[in-house]
Design a protein around this ligand. Structure first.
Ligand code: CU
Length: 147
């Protein structure tokens, strides 16, 4: 009987933690003097209800914003948005040329091989801590997505 109870508790804890899963969090090394860096990742929502990434923070930057890229004529511009909706049982991808985390006023240039801690805040899943793996400056956008 005690066995069974333990199993039930373990399953409950697991499902709470796995409600939102983050895959492939990464960033690019920044040139000297750069004040911003971008963060990319895939958010998977395992829950039957939609969730929303409402904010993020990092000790490596003064603040972390959620940006999208919009085409205005021939020009691509970044715009801050109030987070991203992650559909129920679905995913949302932050990628080069698309939605991204913007680390603003970074305290030091990001160097290849570093891991940058970021705390994501979801409306329902709460805080999720991740680390952006820093890739080489000019790392191709497709890296990590190629199959
Ligand atoms: Cu941006």
């Amino acid at each position: 009987m005690r066995w069974l109870l333990l199993l039930v508790f373990a399953a409950a804890a697991f499902s709470a933690n796995a409600q939102v899963q983050i895959e492939n969090p990464w960033s690019r090394a920044t040139p000297p003097g750069a004040k911003v860096a971008a963060g990319y990742l895939v958010i998977r929502n395992r829950s039957a209800a939609p969730d929303r990434l409402v904010g993020a923070s990092s000790p490596a930057a003064a603040r972390v914003e959620t940006h999208v890229i919009e085409k205005q004529g021939e020009i691509l511009r970044m715009r801050e948005v109030k987070g991203y909706e992650v559909p129920a049982k679905g995913s949302f991808e932050l990628r080069p040329g698309g939605p991204h985390l913007m680390l603003v006023d970074i305290k030091a240039p990001l160097k290849e091989g570093e891991r940058v801690p970021v705390t994501l805040k979801f409306e329902k899943a709460g805080e999720v801590k991740i680390e952006l793996g820093v890739r080489a400056l000019g790392a191709p956008a497709s890296k990590g997505h190629a199959h």
